[in-house]
Design a protein around this ligand. Structure first.
Ligand code: SF4
Ligand code: MG
Length: 339
């Protein structure tokens, strides 16, 4: 059994416009020492999927199971979840100020986090730990900066401080939701390096949520691609980058800045993300797909194994697309695929 196993998770919200089906059946798992990337545009359900696990989607209708060390997070009481949140499972968000209170010193916030979950730790011990952690995430002169307020830190330093806070209790699982999106490219690369190094050092499981496949190119072991609340492709990182099957994954790959030396021919995926209230029939991606066939409009494809390079199926590479599973790497210009 994996550290976290999510089975057929469905999340919807009632709104005045109708039922928003934010997540429509997603499964994934992650183990200690492993990184899972979850990729998709905004509205793909990638954030909602993980927030739901931590009880952070108030008012949602939830189905499925999410076993953390064998216990279902989705049926836990608020009290049980509160104990797990921060201690066993930590979250890192895009905006550090959503976790760091602007009016309290950075060190004090880390100290309080530690003591809230481990009351036996003294203030002095917790402060020592906070200084160590700030040093570990690359804050210069951590013994002095520990008494700074968040606004005295740069954006990159705040992100580092939030990572320090997330690591303070040595969590088994870290969920990072667009942790570097607000930062410039150099700082982004440094923070990602840091996260990878610390994840290995702490042997935690990491779920990295991003809209940018490039962010997890060097980081993830496995990658799950989501579109319109559904999983559309799953593979190990190498396979996903070199032999993507789903046209949406290919579109994401082509829209990575600097991909295949194509910086100036960056190709965004045409069209808009689907409505989550009235999603398209058949394949959710069909209104935007260059490979569309008749059945794509009526029949909904489910994840199925894709052929590997040697012609055998690779059970770990799955795609929800009606294209032949041999069609790996074909371009839309392959007219014979269109009917
Ligand atoms: Fe495109 Fe059809 Fe595949 Fe959907 S099922 S991604 S519309 S080819
Ligand atoms: Mg999000």
């Amino acid at each position: 059994m994996s550290l976290l196993e999510v089975h057929d998770l469905k999340v919807s919200f009632d709104t005045s416009d109708g039922v928003v089906k934010a997540v429509r059946g997603v499964s994934f798992s992650v183990d200690r020492g492993q990184t899972l990337g979850i990729v998709g545009e905004s509205g793909s359900g990638k954030s909602v999927s993980t927030q739901t696990l931590l009880g952070l989607t108030a008012g949602a209708r939830i189905e499925g199971r999410a076993l953390f060390e064998g216990q279902d997070l989705l049926t836990m009481s608020d009290e049980q979840l509160r104990r797990i949140r921060g201690k066993e499972i930590a979250m890192i968000f895009q905006d550090p100020l959503s976790s760091l209170h602007p009016l309290y010193k950075v060190g004090r916030q880390i100290v309080e986090m530690i003591r809230q979950h481990e009351p036996e730790v003294t203030k002095a011990q917790a402060r020592k730990r906070a200084v160590e952690l700030l040093g570990m995430v690359g804050i210069p002169q951590p013994d002095q900066r520990v008494d700074d307020f968040p606004h005295q830190f740069s954006g990159g330093m705040r992100q580092r401080a939030m990572i320090a806070m997330a690591l303070a209790l040595n969590p088994k699982l870290i969920v990072a939701d667009e942790p570097t999106t607000a930062l410039d490219a150099t700082v982004q690369a440094q923070i990602l390096d840091l996260m990878l190094r610390l994840q290995r050092e702490f042997d935690s499981a990491l779920i990295m949520i991003t809209h940018d496949l490039g962010v997890i190119a060097d980081l993830a072991d496995d990658v799950l691609v989501m579109y319109g609340g559904k999983p559309v492709e799953f593979a190990d990182r190498r396979t996903l980058y070199y032999r993507p099957h789903h046209p949406y994954t290919k579109g994401l790959l082509e829209s990575i800045p600097g991909s295949s030396g194509a910086k100036d021919r960056l190709k965004p995926i045409p069209g808009q993300p689907p409505s989550l209230i009235n999603p398209p029939t058949g394949c959710t991606f069909h209104p935007r797909c260059a490979y569309i066939m008749d059945r794509c409009v009526t029949d909904e494809p489910q994840l199925r194994p894709v052929l590997d390079g040697d012609g055998g199926t690779d059970p770990n590479h799955r795609s929800a697309c009606w294209l032949p599973v041999e069609a790996v790497g074909l371009k839309p210009e392959a007219e014979e695929l269109r009917r």
